[in-house]
Design a protein around this ligand. Structure first.
Ligand code: CA2
Length: 149
């Protein structure tokens, strides 16, 4: 089955633990389980990872060349700062979907700019953690060998 790498940046390990009014009550483990289950019905293997370190995220994106068919990424605050993550994504050939749990356009101005959006094939924001499964459904339409619903 084609593999989709689901990457998460800094502080997203705190999902479900703090600020539920912004980020909801689901944990990243809940997201991983929901993606794995949906992935099975879509014919996609999923691999969800989180790191607080920019270089680790860059390493995983580089590793995805040749091992993953697509990347779903919530880069956390690196969304707004990281040219390194943008460069790494530009070296990846498959589809890239950017996810934000919160509606970044209804928050501080600095959250409205995303380096990653310069590369992303699509952006999902403000749908809570459901954004990850929505991204996976879109991946099933974009990746050869999947079973779109
Ligand atoms: O809305 C998103 O998904 C963000 O990518 C989350 C980032 C933020 O810097 C982006 O602007 C938008 C922050 C992730 C922090 O996650 C937490 C989750 C629960 C509690 C505290 C932080």
């Amino acid at each position: 089955m084609p593999k989709i790498l689901i990457l998460n940046g800094p502080n997203l390990n705190l999902l479900g633990a703090r600020q539920p009014e912004i980020y909801g009550r689901e944990t990243l483990d809940d997201v991983a389980a929901a993606c794995a289950s949906l992935g099975t019905s879509l014919g996609l293997d999923t691999d969800l990872r989180q790191s607080n370190h920019e270089g680790q995220l860059v390493d995983w994106i580089q590793e995805a060349r040749g091992t993953a068919a697509g990347i779903v990424i919530n880069p956390g605050a690196y969304t707004h700062t990281s040219i390194a993550i943008l460069d790494a994504l530009n070296a990846f050939d498959g589809p890239v979907i950017e996810v934000h749990v919160s509606n970044v356009h209804r928050r501080e101005d600095f959250r409205r700019h995303s380096y990653v959006s310069l590369r992303a094939d699509g952006v999902i924001a403000g749908f809570g953690t459901e954004g990850y499964t929505l991204a996976l459904r879109r991946m099933a339409s974009l990746v050869p060998g999947a079973k779109p619903g």
